[in-house]
Design a binder for this molecule. Structure first.
Ligand SMILES: C[S@@+](CC[C@H](N)C(=O)[O-])C[C@H]1O[C@@H](n2cnc3c(N)ncnc32)[C@H](O)[C@@H]1O
Length: 519
């Protein structure tokens, strides 16, 4: 950091004030975060620090931020300055009781009754991971035979440094200020005035980068789909009303029917875009209503044009186009399916796919779309049947291997998933999502070196593609967003890889007790 004269600092401060509006707009547009009047002093301080640190004028800093990705050094500095990662174990007593006494026991019971031993919980905006580890501790207490279960716990955040700390799982006394001795002694080991989370808990939780203000979720690709419970606590306070409404709708879509959403006690709530049900018991929480029935699309044209497709299996070739410009399909209905898939409207897409299949148009496109939609809705067995059907129509169809691999990852069948991902890559060496998912899988299997190599492969492929194009037909994720995610994952996991190397820990696929892809 450069030491500046007071004249220079006064000049920078004046120019920061002059450009304040442009900084606020950029922060709102890129992160959805709104800076309230009482936070402006802190923002000015962060901007001044950045100008000194990077030897830039405020105008130059603004320019760099405008054209750099969210994980550039300059942007990371801004994110760290404007987001408060304050969090601790067992943070909100009422919420903890609600979870421990009601929601989690109910969830466990209903899963046992259905013979389904999988629980999927996501902390969105997890900072350094205390709240998702708290849930992990509760689950271990509530499910004595939890090792027989597939506990799929995930924490995501926009701050890669916080996520790096979460993956290391080492906490100061400050994070432990409300934890009881029982939990402290059972799940932590004191190390150099800090507390190291037990490997058993560490293994249960995966962390990854996700900007809640982007359209990259829900998706099976980053594990945000079909969640039984989502915690998004003390995050909405940062957002403007439009972003909050949008975010609540998307979080609703990430839940299984009947799944729960919990917010922080002082988080603003905007339900107008959602069908979420409100519950008031030991605090406010929300649930997604039971499954909706299909209703015909409102545009009658889309129904009458449905009979133009071929009856025998055909591969619908599509050229990927920017998100705003959907690929030209043979029928408007197929275009609509792609659009709905890209908007994560899985059930709506499925209804139209099924209608087409019933009409005798069982194409690879429809089967792949159906498998993807079913997998995203958590209907894994049905999705696998579609993958098999698609593979039998075209044994070299990379998409069906990939979707099947994603389902097996969700079922924790890592060896088989690895084989399928490698097959998908064999059929298309530039299959960026397969490289990325293989990287995540190898991390789960405690092979960080190989995992990092896959991330780097994925990154070099993604960087060579058109940045505003989607990475695949059914995804809203652009290559530019994938580059940001991969660069963040490399930050988070290169540290993890150092640690694993020094521990000398290695495991082969299929022997990991961790339970979900990290994306
Ligand atoms: C106060 S912490 C909350 C931590 C934890 N959920 C809790 O309640 O204790 C807020 C977190 O939201 C994250 N955040 C802010 N904007 C975000 C965005 N656009 N996408 C993802 N995370 C975001 C911040 O980085 C920060 O870690």
């Amino acid at each position: 950091m450069t030491d500046l004269s007071s004249d220079k600092i006064n000049d920078l401060t004046a120019r920061i004030k002059k450009n304040e509006g442009a900084f606020l707009t950029l922060i709102r547009e890129r992160l959805g975060i709104i800076i309230h009047p009482h936070q402006k002093m802190d923002l000015h301080h962060t901007l001044l620090e950045a100008c000194q640190k990077f030897s830039l004028t405020p105008e130059e800093y603004l320019h760099i931020l405008t054209f750099s990705s969210n994980n550039s050094l300059e942007f990371s500095h801004l994110i760290a300055g404007i987001t408060i990662g304050e969090t601790y174990f067992f943070r909100d007593n009422n919420q903890m009781q609600l979870l421990n006494d009601n929601l989690l026991p109910e969830l466990i019971q209903s899963k046992r009754e259905r013979d389904e031993y999988t629980i999927r919980i996501w902390s969105a905006g997890c900072s350094t991971g205390e709240d998702i580890y708290t849930i992990a501790m509760m689950l271990c207490e509530l499910i004595p035979d939890y090792k027989r279960w597939s506990l799929q716990l995930m924490g995501t955040d926009i701050n890669a440094i916080s996520l790096q700390k979460a993956t290391l799982g080492r906490y100061t006394q400050w994070s432990m200020r409300t934890i009881t001795d029982y939990f402290k002694n059972k799940y932590f080991t004191p190390v150099n005035h800090c507390f190291q989370i037990s490997p058993q808990l560490r293994e249960l939780v995966n962390f990854s980068y996700l900007n809640l203000n982007e359209n990259t979720y829900p998706s099976i690709l980053n594990g945000t789909n079909a969640r039984d419970l989502i915690l998004c606590c003390n995050v909405l306070i940062y957002f403007d009303n439009v972003s909050i409404a949008n975010l609540m709708k998307k979080l609703e879509d990430c839940l299984v029917p009947g799944g729960y959403l919990l917010l922080g006690a002082s988080d603003p709530v905007i339900l107008k875009e959602t069908e979420l049900l409100q519950h008031h018991s030991q605090g406010l929480y929300f649930s997604r209503p039971a499954e909706k029935q299909w209703s015909p699309p409102s545009n009658p044209l889309l129904i009458t044009s449905a009979n133009t497709g071929a009856a025998k299996p055909t591969l619908v070739k599509t050229t990927l186009a920017p998100i705003t410009d959907l690929p030209k399909h043979t029928t408007p209905e197929l275009g609509l399916i792609t659009k709905l898939m890209r908007e994560s409207q899985w059930q709506e897409a499925l209804n139209i796919i099924d209608k087409n299949i019933i009409q005798g148009k069982k194409t690879i496109f429809l089967l792949d779309a159906k498998a993807t939609a079913l997998a995203n809705l958590g209907k894994l067995s049905l999705a696998i049947i579609c993958c098999h059907e698609s593979m039998s129509l075209d044994p070299s169809n990379k998409q069906s291997y990939f979707t099947h691999a994603m389902i097996l990852l969700e079922l924790n069948q890592l060896t088989e998933a690895e084989t399928l991902l490698r097959k998908a890559i064999f059929f298309d060496h530039r299959f960026v999502e397969a490289h990325y998912q293989l990287g995540l899988l190898l991390f789960r299997c405690k092979n960080p070196e190989a995992g990092l190599k896959c991330f780097r492969n994925a990154l070099s492929i993604a960087k060579n593609e058109k940045s505003d194009y989607p990475v695949s037909e059914f995804s809203n994720l652009t290559f530019k967003q994938l580059v940001t995610i991969l660069e963040n994952e490399l930050v988070i996991y290169s540290k993890h890889s150092d640690k694993n190397n020094s521990d000398g820990a290695k495991q082969s696929p299929g022997h990991s007790s961790s339970s979900r892809p990290l994306a």
